[in-house]
Each structure stands twice: as structure tokens, then as C-alpha cells.
Write a protein that binds this ligand. Structure first.
Ligand SMILES: Cc1cc2nc3c(=O)[nH]c(=O)nc-3n(C[C@H](O)[C@H](O)[C@H](O)COP(=O)(O)OP(=O)(O)OC[C@H]3O[C@@H](n4cnc5c(N)ncnc54)[C@H](O)[C@@H]3O)c2cc1C
Length: 460
């Protein structure tokens, strides 16, 4: 079965993943005489840098995602299949997916990355992730559901654990989510939960290194640290999260923080597919590629974006897992595939670093530009907003996001507090007040009368 893809005389380029890299590549292949097949398990492109805003109720999920078919409407050489790719078979030029096998002439892996829990099973099983839209919505639901529980409990330690948030990982994602939570604690939660003493809600940021925003400049690190401290975040640097048991995050054998909101933002691995030669998959599950993004040792398989491990003298540990790297590799590969079809020489990838930035809160962001230029504060914040707004896919998303941000800015409010989870009685059992528990114990359980068995039908 070839999943009903039309057979043509044109070469078929199959792209796995429609993130930043896959999307850009498929767009840039529009003018080439090729059949472009994009496979993604989600039918939308997800703008990951704004996931933390969905998780903290600042943006709705729909404004940071865009349907793949809509992005490519009108592109005549484009085909999409919603599927999970399970394995690649380079010897047969075949992808094995849950909807059937797909043949390729050229294959491009743009599968991105997965959360790395560094083998900490108790954390993997219980921590909240922030890698996908379902993750972000789950995180938001968890936070607000825990506040509902905090109102019910009469046990102060339990209430504290329900209100405490611990974020592990002091990179941009961890810093951004802490800043957003601190604003929520100041502006949103006191309005919604006047029965709770929100001054007691503690937000911790745990980072194994000696500073936050590790890959950024010293100036940005110092400024971001000050912003976080001013916003009342407890910074625990040089601290390793070890295990998470019974609502306690241990950072040594005996020391712990009580929390029912543990957010893991401490790192990612590449999302390599099974079936690739073992020697090209690094320990961090990134796939080794040459400077043309061709998978080492394979003629017609490429990897771009987070999953690609391009080691050069300049970048001995590979390029950073960032959206601009993914987009630029996609652009170069589109150009190179065009060259290949014409029989021309391919050109090696060269990264143009346009800078990096992180936002901590309202009027607080840090920006590093090439040439050792740094700035922050209101200008940094405006720069961050502008760059992220412009990179969002689709006019509707840009407009909705801009309006959402403007409302939040002027009203100091985040409108989205919906708990989007099925209501499960047992979720709340542990937290109901003592009186409710006593009442429940004293109330006899109602058992509906069991109907008498019907008389057997004779001779029917
Ligand atoms: C919370 C967060 C915040 C971030 N903030 C920033 C930031 O501020 N600036 C920045 O530059 N970068 C940021 N990044 C990193 C940036 O998002 C990534 O570098 C970028 O998304 C990489 O693009 P990609 O195309 O390689 O992978 P992705 O964008 O991750 O896309 C991979 C796609 O492949 C699909 N896929 C994967 N495996 C399969 C499979 N087996 N079958 C079918 N489909 C599959 C996935 O569904 C997904 O759509 C952030 C990341 C996160 C998680």
C-alpha cells in the first residue's frame, strides 16, 4: 500500500515533520518539478516558542498552531498524510508508518526533538512537560485544578504543595514560564481566588548550572536573574533535581520542595527514527549529517532542524536546537535539492546568527545581537514581541495574538483559565474538607433495587 499517493514520473521528496524545518522546506520546494509529501502525526504546525503562554493562560492554543493543509492550499506539488512514522528502511527507500509504507526518492527527517528526562523515571512519570499543545493545555489545567483543590483542603501543608510551582531548567523556556507564573500570581490569581493567601504561593526555578539562560551573554544572564529575583522567584542554581515522590521534589538525598506542579524544562534529545544506521545516531538521539545536511553514509536521506547533528570546527557540539537554525537549514536544503536535480554541485550550510532573546515578563526581556550588542527592558520586550509576532504563521494568528497581548498588557489580565480535562470525582477525594469527608462517610450509599429476573419465555 502506498497510502493513495499518486504515482508520477517526478521524484518524490518525503519530509517527516512539519515543524519549523519541514514547513519551510516544503514551501521552498514549490517551484521544483518534484512531488512533495509531508507526514506529521499532528495536522497542524506548532509554534513552540509561545507554548509557555498557552500554559499560563495568556494565549489560546489556536493562535499558535496552524492547520498544515491550509498552509499549503494551492501548492500543486504538495501532499499531506497524517501519520506516525515508525521506522525508516534506507535499503528499500521506504518509510514504515501506522497508515502503511511510503516509498521515497529523497527523504528528509525534520522530526525535531523530545523532552529529555536524563533517565529520572520518577520525574518522567509525574512531571508536566511543555513540548506540545496538549502538554501546554494539560499544564494550564493542572495549575488551575490545583488551585480549586487548594481551596478545599484544610491541611496547610497540602495547600502549600498545591500552590507551589517548581520549574526545572533555567534555559529560555524555564525562565519565560517562571516570569509568566509570577505575573499570574500577582495579577490573575488574587482576583480568582480571594479565599487563598496568594502571598504564600512560591515559585522555584531549579538549574543545574551556575546561571540562568546558559547560552546567552553574561550581561543577559545577570539581567534575567535580577528580573526573576525582583519578581519573587526563588532561584536554586547549581542544584540538581533528583527524584519526585509523594509530591516532593528531592534535590539532594534529604532536601525537597513540596509541590503538585512540577514543570520539566531541563532539556531535549533529538527525535531520531528507528532503522537508521546505529553509528549515525548520537547519544542525544540527534542524527549525524554532513555540511549538506545529508545523513552520514546515506545517499538520499537528509536531516534538518533539531534532529540534525551537524558537527563542524565552529560548532563541535552541533548547532543549537533553535528555530532559526531549523529554518536556515531547510532553505539551504531546498536550494541544494534544486541543484541536485539540475546536476549542479551542492553548497554547504552556513548559519547566520541573527541573535537570541528571552522574555521574563511585562517590559522585561533580554536580547543579544551579533557584534556583542545587548539590551533589555522595555526595548528588549518590544523586540521580543515584534520578532515572535512576525514569525507566527498566518494572518489570523498574528492578529489574535496581537489583540490578546494588547488586552493582557492594558488589563494586566490573562483571560484563559479554563480547566480542559474531564471532571473525575476521585481527583478531588483527597482534598475535600474534613466535614465533607465526614458527611460522605455518614451518608448511606444508595443502591438501586435489583430487578427480579424475568420469567423465561416458554415456547418462543
Ligand atoms: C517550549 C519551547 C520554547 C522554545 N522557544 C524557542 C525560542 O524562543 N526561540 C527559538 O529559536 N527556539 C525555541 N525553541 C526551539 C524551537 O521550537 C525548535 O528549535 C524548533 O521547533 C525546531 O524545529 P524542527 O522543525 O526541527 O522541529 P519541530 O518544530 O519540533 O517539528 C517536528 C515535527 O515533527 C513531527 N514528528 C516528529 N516525529 C514524528 C514521527 N515519528 N511521525 C510523524 N511526525 C513526527 C512533530 O509532530 C512536529 O510537528 C523552543 C522550544 C520549546 C519546546
Amino acid at each position: 500500500m502506498d497510502t493513495n499517493l499518486p504515482q508520477t514520473t517526478q521524484p518524490r521528496i518525503v519530509i517527516v515533520g512539519c515543524g519549523f524545518a519541514g514547513l519551510r522546506l516544503a514551501k521552498d520546494l514549490e517551484k521544483l518539478p518534484v512531488q512533495v509529501v509531508v507526514i506529521d502525526r499532528n495536522n497542524y504546525h506548532n509554534f513552540q516558542p509561545l507554548l509557555y503562554q498557552v500554559a499560563t493562560g495568556a494565549l489560546e492554543a489556536d493562535s499558535i498552531a496552524y492547520p498544515i493543509r491550509k498552509i499549503f492550499a494551492g501548492q500543486h506539488n504538495f501532499y499531506y498524510r497524517m501519520a506516525d512514522v515508525e521506522r525508516v528502511d534506507p535499503a528499500r527507500n521506504l518509510l514504515e508508518t501506522n497508515i502503511g509504507d511510503i516509498h521515497y526518492d529523497h527523504l528528509v527527517l525534520a522530526t525535531g526533538s523530545l523532552t529529555n528526562f536524563f533517565g529520572l523515571d520518577s520525574i518522567e512519570q509525574n512531571a508536566l512537560q511543555i513540548k506540545s499543545i496538549p502538554n501546554a493545555l494539560n499544564l494550564r489545567s493542572n495549575l488551575f485544578q490545583n488551585f480549586e483543590k487548594a481551596i478545599l483542603t484544610e491541611d496547610p501543608a497540602q495547600r502549600q504543595a498545591l500552590m507551589n510551582v517548581v520549574v526545572v531548567g533555567g534555559g529560555p523556556t524555564g525562565v519565560e514560564i517562571c516570569g509568566s507564573l509570577a505575573e499570574m500570581r500577582k495579577d490573575v490569581l488574587p482576583k480568582d481566588y480571594p479565599e487563598l493567601d496568594l502571598k504564600k504561593m512560591e515559585i522555584y526555578l531549579i538549574e543545574s548550572g551556575g546561571e540562568v539562560l546558559g547560552p546567552m551573554s553574561k550581561e543577559s544572564q545577570v539581567q534575567a536573574k535580577k528580573y526573576l529575583e525582583d519578581m519573587g522567584i526563588h532561584l536554586r542554581l547549581n542544584t540538581h533535581a533528583q527524584r519526585f515522590e509523594d509530591g516532593k521534589l528531592y534535590y539532594s538525598d534529604t532536601e525537597f520542595i513540596r509541590t503538585q506542579n512540577l514543570i520539566w524544562a531541563a532539556g531535549v534529545n533529538g527525535s531520531a527514527l528507528d532503522g537508521l544506521p546505529a553509528e549515525v545516531v548520537a547519544r542525544n538521539k540527534r542524527v549525524g549529517v554532513d555540511t549538506y545536511n545529508r545523513v552520514l553514509g546515506l545517499r538520499n536521506v537528509y536531516a534538518i532542524g533539531d534532529v540534525a547533528n551537524m558537527v563542524t570546527d565552529e560548532m563541535p557540539r552541533g548547532y543549537p536546537m533553535l528555530a532559526p537554525v531549523a529554518i536556515q537549514q531547510a532553505e539551504q536544503l531546498a536550494d541544494n535539492l534544486g541543484r541536485l536535480l539540475k546536476g549542479d554541485e551542492m553548497e554547504p550550510f552556513k548559519y547566520i546568527n541573527k541573535g537570541s532573546m528571552a522574555i521574563v515578563g511585562r517590559n522585561r526581556a533580554v536580547v543579544d545581537l551579533p557584534g556583542d550588542l545587548h539590551f533589555g527592558g522595555f526595548l528588549g520586550w518590544l523586540t521580543w514581541l515584534f520578532v515572535h509576532l512576525m514569525t507566527l504563521v498566518g494572518f489570523r494568528n498574528k492578529a489574535v495574538t496581537l489583540v490578546g497581548w494588547a488586552i493582557s498588557y492594558f488589563s494586566s489580565d490573562k483571560a484563559l483559565r479554563l480547566i480542559i480535562r474531564p471532571y473525575e470525582h476521585h481527583d478531588f477525594d483527597e482534598y475535600q474538607g474534613v466535614k465533607a469527608a465526614e458527611h460522605k462517610a455518614a451518608t448511606p450509599t444508595y443502591h438501586p433495587p435489583v430487578p427480579a429476573p424475568e420469567a423465561p419465555v416458554v415456547g418462543g
